[in-house]
Design a protein around this ligand. Structure first.
Ligand SMILES: Cc1ncc(COP(=O)(O)O)c(C=O)c1O
Length: 384
């Protein structure tokens, strides 16, 4: 008999989703099927109302006072691109960290050629960065500071509250990449005091792929230039892009099926409570980390407070080999390689080895699955 599938790649995208997500997507596909904001039939009105509820749920979940400040995007990368391209102009200076994903690094690299200057905070032993260094870099005029909330390689939580305060005190704009934290740790956008926060809808928020969001604070629309123009289903006589929110940034048809699923998952999260997921995932991450780090030769990367992401490195076993063996022999799905975050591996010293093997936990992961994964790594290490 084959062993059951164990999915430990929730940092890439969450799986499984809550049952209500499958039911909502199925109902939309079979019974509704209309575009959002483009018609007035009973079905179209129902779809519009589901999408409005999705926006309201996300605002409630993430501490956003007005739902229209939740802008829909198609993934985390799309939301980050809107913020980065929409806020930066030639001559601007940006500060960021070496823990960022390529969805931050690559837009910044692209903008470098157009005269945007990026400075990187040095990594420290805890897998974060120094607030003192940030303070000194902020002495020069800075347009934007970008922090990931938690590294997608080590899971290490970054000191974003203190860092945001420092940056705001110096008049810089702050963008948070919450790809690994939204739905995993409680976030209150208003209390955080950042200008914008981007995240996918398909990871911790448990919605379908093809969903993402950018949250903006009141008034940021004066600074944030839309990066797309087009049909919004409103004010159709005008050739100018509407200026009201969220239409200013939401041109073209929405991913209605994805948003209907995200409505269901956000409602599920509101009922379940993100703090309770955080606690459950932290217990499993502790079990995983202590189990893996007790194995000879296995190094767990990154110290300090983390989300449910655990990366390991084993001398003489390439990450791709370990991940393939876990998949083929134990049906355990992990992710091997650089995880689209090359500077993180340069900081951790895992670039030469081809990265790490990453295990990432979701709200449906069980202790039994974690124990099986630790035992599987132990068997592979013993055999090689
Ligand atoms: C830290 C971080 N930022 C951004 C992204 C990009 O999100 P998406 O895959 O939804 O584009 C990811 C995805 O893995 C991530 O881990």
């Amino acid at each position: 008999m084959t062993s059951p599938r164990i999915y430990l790649d929730n940092a890439a995208t969450s799986f499984p989703k809550p049952e209500v997500v499958y039911a909502a997507v199925d109902q939309y596909q079979r019974e509704l099927g209309c575009a959002v904001g483009r018609g007035s039939s009973a079905a179209a009105t129902q779809v519009q109302s589901l999408v409005n509820q999705c926006r309201a749920n996300l605002a409630e979940l993430l501490g956003v006072p007005k739902p229209e400040h939740v802008l829909f995007a198609f993934n985390g990368t799309d939301a980050l691109n809107l913020a980065i391209h929409g806020l930066l102009r030639p001559g601007d200076r940006v500060i960021t960290t070496c823990w960022e994903h390529n969805s931050v690094l690559r837009p910044l690299k692209h903008l470098e050629a157009l005269g945007v200057q990026t400075e990187f905070l040095a990594p420290n032993e805890q897998g974060t960065f120094s607030l003192d260094e940030l303070q000194s870099l902020l002495e020069k005029p800075t347009r934007l500071v970008i922090f990931t909330h938690a590294s997608n390689v080590t899971g290490c939580l970054q000191p974003i509250e203190q860092a945001t305060r420092l940056a705001k005190d110096r008049g810089a704009l702050v963008l948070i990449d919450a790809a690994q934290t939204a739905g995993h740790v409680p976030i209150n956008f208003k209390d955080l005091g950042a200008d914008a926060l981007a995240c996918p809808g398909h990871k911790g928020l448990l919605g379908p792929l093809g969903t993402g969001l950018l949250i903006i604070r009141e008034g940021l629309e004066q600074e944030l230039v839309p990066t797309r123009q087009g049909g919004t289903g409103t004010d159709s006589m005008s050739e100018n892009q509407p200026t009201d929110l969220p239409a200013r940034y939401e041109s073209g048809n929405h991913n209605a099926v994805g948003l209907v699923g995200l409505r269901a998952s956000s409602e599920w999260l509101l009922r379940r409570g993100v703090a309770s997921i955080e606690k459950q995932v932290a217990e499993l991450a502790e079990l995983l980390e202590s189990g893996l780090s007790s194995l000879p030769r296995v190094e767990v990367l990154g110290a300090g407070p983390k989300v449910g992401v655990v990366s390991i490195s084993v001398p003489n076993i390439e990450p791709q080999v370990m991940a393939s063996l876990l998949d083929q022999h134990f049906h355990i799905e992990t992710r091997a390689g650089l995880h689209c975050a090359p500077r993180s591996h340069a900081a951790l010293g895992t670039l030469e080895l081809g990265g790490t093997v990453r295990f990432s936990i979701g709200p449906f992961t069980t202790a039994n699955e974690i124990e099986t994964a630790v035992e599987a790594v132990a068997q592979i290490c013993a055999a090689m």
